[in-house]
Design a protein around this ligand. Structure first.
Ligand code: SF4
Ligand code: SF4
Length: 493
């Protein structure tokens, strides 16, 4: 079987002329051949429609879901409130300080993708990637307005008639409507959906909103309507390194060359003796959304959508041969079938076990920290200028700025004390009249309280120029506490 070409229908870079001595550099860019996929029905097409339907429903309905969180708090179930600096996902509320959860979600997504790829090849690309989903939707609109592949090809190559103009105009208008709805829906995840929609309808939204709306709308229109497979082939980095996750037991879309070759045209009633089962009808190529001929082997441009399987299965049904000339199979089984040896299915392998282990570990760590996370956080900044002050009675005083983050909805009172210097007394500027070993700090719900604090140590208590000092804050209502390490500076005398 010939080795797989890197890209379909393209030969970028240096092209050789008839003379082997004189290579001629024609262009650094491949000429773009518009891919006009033919519509096909079948089990994988149905699966793709189901995946597209579910994902688009989640996306378009997401901003309209409500979740009661009490008075004064947004009731949108999924909201990335940039103005309020909060993220809401149903009962989970994320503060800017907890942005590491976002990192956790990204790690989860990446490892999940590694696992899915090692098991099922480019399942993500073919069925669930946002580019695939919207390209599918745009191609369906194209099919409904301009007809199937042959009609579109003749429409494109023909002169501009009123029918061509009307069909293309309707298609572009529908693409623009979908792009607008997509862009607007995306932005509704960043502010209250009902309020923003009313602002949009009345034309009173902010200029930054309209700029973002236009940018996302234009991107959707261009990427899903025109760039299509070129995004997968040239822009997306994933195909370049997904090969590292695939091994001989991963499921990929394969052409059984041992069975299909030598290919050739076939007349009704002809026997398939001394020839392969591929009748060279090119249906598998015509339905491919990226223009790949899978008979040339596994290729970077193949997104694993499996539509060529549906197309070839239909052809095999028509000519009375078994299905599966193109199938979802592992390269191990492809070779085994060719040799007539036993096939195997090995989903449990060292790499899938490793990915599953990492996935479970990240889920456990994220779940654990989410359940046990504190709604209280304290931050202490030691004042530098002056580092310390020696009082008239010989005592040493240090100044600190303490920030208390009350991540609960209720107003709270916290008790502040210090550890490390037994004789230390605390004085909150503006709150306490006299220094004491413990002081109370009131902080309103869902806010940050900032306090200037003096810690004073009597003469003779400091043995070093700097000593460790820990601030301990306890929530009076629940008894929960948090602490922050700092230092206490003095002359050491
Ligand atoms: S659809 Fe099947 S029979 Fe037709 S060209 Fe492709 S592999 Fe050959
Ligand atoms: S070769 Fe088959 S699986 Fe690959 S992108 Fe084309 S139709 Fe989809």
């Amino acid at each position: 079987m010939p080795g797989p070409p890197l890209l379909p229908n393209v030969t970028p870079g240096v092209r050789m002329t008839a003379s082997p001595k004189k290579p001629q550099q024609t262009s650094l860019y491949a000429e773009h051949c518009k891919v006009q996929p033919r519509r096909v029905d079948g089990r994988f097409r149905t699966l793709k429609w189901i995946a597209t339907g579910i994902l688009l429903t989640i996306f378009f309905l997401g901003p309209w879901l409500r979740w009661s969180r009490g008075a004064g708090v947004p009731d949108q179930a999924i909201l990335l409130d940039l103005a309020g600096r909060r993220g809401y996902f149903f009962s989970i509320e994320i503060w800017p300080q907890e942005v590491y959860y976002l990192t956790g979600i990204l790690i989860l997504g990446a490892v999940g993708l590694f696992l899915a790829t090692s098991l099922w090849g480019r399942l993500w690309c073919g069925f669930t990637c946002i580019q695939t989903v919207f390209t599918d939707l745009f191609q369906w609109i194209e099919y409904r307005t301009e007809g199937d592949r042959s009609k579109r090809l003749s429409l494109d190559s023909g002169p501009w008639t009123s029918e061509k103009f009307t069909r293309k105009t309707i298609k572009i208008v529908l693409w623009l409507v979908v792009s607008f709805l997509t862009s607007a829906t995306f932005l509704l995840y960043f502010s209250d959906a009902f309020v923003t929609t009313m602002e949009l309808l009345h034309g009173s939204a902010s200029s930054s909103f309209y700029s973002a709306l236009f940018l996302i709308m234009a991107s959707t229109f261009l990427l899903a309507g025109f760039a299509r497979e070129q995004v997968c082939i040239y822009m997306c980095p994933w195909p370049r390194f997904q090969a590292a996750m695939v091994d001989e037991d991963s499921l990929i879309v394969t052409y059984e060359g041992w069975r299909g070759e030598p290919r050739g045209t076939h007349k009704r009633g002809q026997l398939f003796e001394n020839r392969g089962h591929c009748i060279d009808c090119t249906m598998c190529v015509q339905v491919c959304p990226t223009g790949v001929d899978i008979r040339n082997g596994s290729q970077l441009a193949c997104i694993g959508c499996a539509l060529c399987i549906d197309a070839c299965d239909q052809v095999m049904d028509k000519i009375g041969l078994p299905r599966g000339l193109i199938s979802y199979d592992s390269s191990y089984n492809l070779a085994a079938r060719g040799k007539g040896t036993a096939t195997r299915r090995r989903p449990i392998r060292p790499r899938t076990l490793m990915y599953t282990g990492v996935l479970l570990l990240v889920v456990a760590v994220m779940g654990g920290t989410l359940v046990t996370r504190s709604r209280l956080e304290v931050d202490v900044l030691h004042e530098r200028s002056p580092l310390y002050v020696t009082m008239s009675n010989g005592a040493t005083r240090n100044g600190y700025t303490i920030k208390v983050l009350n991540m609960s909805r209720e107003d709270q009172v916290y008790t502040l004390r210090t550890e490390g210097l037994p004789q230390a007394s605390v004085d909150i500027i503006g709150y306490t009249a006299t220094a004491a070993t413990t002081v109370e700090l009131p902080v309103k719900g869902d806010s940050v309280g900032t306090f200037r604090v003096y810690v004073t140590v009597p003469r003779g208590q400091l043995v070093n120029k700097t000593q460790e000092l820990r601030f301990v804050l306890t929530e009076q209502r629940s008894g929960r506490s948090d602490s922050f390490p700092s230092i206490f500076a003095g002359s050491g005398e």
